[in-house]
Design a protein around this ligand. Sequence first.
Ligand code: G
Ligand code: G
Ligand code: MN
Ligand code: NA
Length: 261
Amino acid sequence: LTLLAELREALAVEDQLQLALQPAVDLATGAPTGVEALVRWLHPRRGLLTPADFIGPVEHSEQLGAFTRYVLDKALAVAAGWARDGLDVPISVNISARSLLDPRLPAEIAEALRRHDVPPRRLVLEITETVMMSELEVVDEVLGALRALGVQIAVDDFGTGFSSLTFLTRVPVDEVKVDRSFVIRMADSPEAAAIVRTTVGLAHELGLRVVAEGVETAEQRIALAELGCTAAQGYHFFKPMPADKISAVLGSLLDSATANV
Ligand code: G
Ligand code: G
Ligand code: MN
Ligand code: NA
């Protein structure tokens, strides 16, 4: 079987595709600001596959829609569980740029939010800027409809695309995620540090949250806090973890953030 034929099967059975969940924390308070869902494929023969192993072919296949719906459905089921536990934390889902070319996406997401009884604000869609420039109209229409629903939009991997700045003027977004390649080099590259500093300033001027990705050291955390970065995510705080671990982690983060107020 080809990988894509195997994906069709994986989407039909339980538990082959799973979400690894990684919290982002507020740099001032330590409170969780959100949790990113990262898909993993527990393949029965090929072993554990990460998105790098399969997302490319999936994006260019007719299974992209089913895959996107599957991941959203799992993520919203997780968020619904948090709501039952009294945890008010949004979940972030990575959305392939190509999914934004499907005009049915907003209605499907609206239906999934209703089915799981999750308020739209609790869902953040992470999109990269490499949305096809030739199909701006469809993308703008889909993103506009998603915003009208009340879903939040984050620009992922900010700074790595061809049109970062233009993108922010075209599409109303809520959050910017600083790509980890800049965070990693912040300490020894003045250029990388300047890009992080400028992105934080830009985000603030536009009234957006800014989340630094790939934070691995205390030095990076401190530098980001000094720059006024809202929140950070990375191995320094948490590695992506299985769904059954996350509620307890969020609960204790919220407790200690409250204790510090
Ligand atoms: O842990 P990590 O290897 O999961 O993620 C690698 C890349 O795959 C990241 O760029 C991330 O945005 C992307 N990714 C993770 N999960 C998903 C998903 O469910 N859908 C899409 N389209 N991309 C994802
Ligand atoms: O493109 P996106 O930002 O969605 O990618 C998220 C990817 O980054 C996932 O593959 C996730 O596992 C990975 N990741 C999360 N935290 C860290 C980190 O601190 N260091 C590194 N190297 N990768 C990280
Ligand atoms: Mn992401
Ligand atoms: Na990113």
